[in-house]
Design a protein. Sequence first.
Length: 194
Amino acid sequence: MREREPELAARLCELVGATPWLMDAMRHVRVLGLPNWCIGAGAVRNLVWDAAHGNLLHAHAESDVDVAYFDPADTRSERDQALQEQLKTTCPQLDWEVTNQAGVHHWYAERFGFAVPPLRSLEEALSTWPETATAVGVYLDAADQLHVVAPLGLVDLFSLIVRHNPARVSAETYHQRLASKRYQARWPKLQVLV
């Protein structure tokens, strides 16, 4: 399946490039000058699933726009908050969530009940996200070229498969997410693996 990755990455970049609100979001994040960043999770996943269900005319950012970046030089949560506020000021129509993945280990235990070791890169961070189809990000470089960050690949995302990624999320938490997200209610073609 890995041989399909370049084709799927090109398809994803084409979808993102043809989505005005997401390209606008990419440009707003790029202005921040963050090292190793991407917009990922639901913003990207929902776009692909909406396209597969013929919903692109109505596709928009209805949930938060997750900005992940990796900067071990400054992991203060205040920095993330300041960046989030800056994005809300310059692009108020989107609900931003900014997280320095280099600092996740500082707050993870308090939020999720168990400690985790520090992450070493943006790619490693994405490889721990709850579902394989969600562990995907896209960023826009200075030359206006889109790039994909997908350490677990893109096959599940484009095959409409919701699969538990056990790297950090327990089966119990995965099932809670399935219940709260109600993926199949919005995207009935999905194959949810429980």
